[in-house]
Design a protein. Structure first.
Length: 330
């Protein structure tokens, strides 16, 4: 396996105010045993636009790597302080990633016409934003701007879709701030933005999702059907939010991919040192309590028994079902 990190922006191209030295990037996982030209996937973790969840990045990427794909994990712009609205920056990060990967298709031994994106929760919203607004995103690099940023297909796990009744309010607050305009809410309500040229979509979620209502997936599926966009939808009866692969590997205590939290830890240092941008006092208190409050040395960390069988074996089927789905047309 060939692995490397690739920064998406040159420092002079990236000016998000709460970056604190962070540059959005991808971590690559490429097959290097031969020169086969492979399908490609960019995995986009969730985290409410406040952080990125490691188990929704590399763990997922390895599933598709084992299927033979060359895979990238995207670390896009996020804001744990919720003090600088992200607006279009995460969508622009993913757009740049798609273009860069296609530009280097020969070097990476991948087919630029078989590029999928796969997003979870708020990462699903990033993917949905690009799938519906790819023709709105102009890249500042003329060479890259000439390369298509439209994914060939997209996979969505328990995605944030709507800014309306069934939204995940904290994702929208981190993305758009506390007082977004009606135009912004409309633009980022993905079910209202589906067009005939939106890429084919694979959707899955659980009925019991306690953070992002399952209605998000239903709204998106309805919009895709109305516009004639090929789609597939699976809704599982049990399981909460954030199940990722729902595999025994996850439930047995998988760890890895913490690089997606880089911006979070950079920001927290500025919160602690009173140098964070536009810091809201109440939000600072919350973060100080969550991350820096003294721990009781006599209190043992919680431990959970590892299951001997997969408690969500049905949900775990989404991984293979998605492969069957995209292999029909890619």
């Amino acid at each position: 396996m060939k692995t490397f990190r690739l920064d998406l922006w040159k420092p002079e191209e990236y000016d998000y105010a709460a970056a604190y030295g962070f540059i959005p990037n991808v971590h690559a996982f490429l097959h290097d045993e031969d020169d086969s030209v492979r399908k490609c996937m960019i995995v986009v973790p969730g985290g409410g636009y406040c952080m990125l969840a490691p188990h929704e990045g590399e763990l997922v990427a390895m599933e598709y790597y084992r299927m033979g794909l060359n895979v990238f994990v995207l670390t896009y712009t996020n804001d744990i302080t919720m003090c600088v609205p992200l607006k279009k920056q995460p969508m622009s990060d993913l757009s740049r990633a798609v273009r860069l990967v296609r530009k280097n298709a020969g070097e990476y031994h991948l087919d630029p016409a078989k590029l999928l994106i796969c997003g979870f929760s708020a990462g699903g919203h990033v993917c949905g934003s690009l799938c519906t607004h790819f023709d709105d995103v102009t890249d500042p690099d003329p060479e890259l701007n000439a390369i298509s940023n439209r994914p060939d297909a997209a996979i969505f796990g328990y995605p944030v879709i709507t800014s309306g009744e069934y939204t995940h309010i904290y994702s929208m607050q981190a993305l758009l701030g506390m007082d977004p305009s009606e135009e912004e809410l409309e633009y980022f309500s993905i079910e209202k933005q589906v067009k005939e040229n939106t890429p084919p979509c694979f959707l899955w979620q659980t009925v019991e999702d306690n953070l992002v209502p399952v209605e998000n997936t239903y709204l998106f599926a309805k919009a895709l059907k109305e516009k004639g966009v090929p789609y597939c939808q699976y809704v599982y009866p049990h399981g909460g939010h954030g199940l990722s692969t729902a595999s025994m590997e996850l439930f047995s205590g998988w760890h890895g991919g913490e690089y997606v939290q880089e911006q979070v830890w950079l920001a927290l240092e500025h919160v602690k040192n009173d140098t964070a941008v536009n810091m809201n006092p109440r939000r600072k208190e919350e973060l100080m309590q969550q991350f820096f409050a003294p721990k009781d040395p006599n209190q043992a960390p919680p431990s959970f028994p590892k299951p001997t069988t997969n408690p969500f074996a049905d949900v775990n089927t989404w991984v293979d079902l998605s492969r069957i789905w995209f292999e029909r047309f890619l």
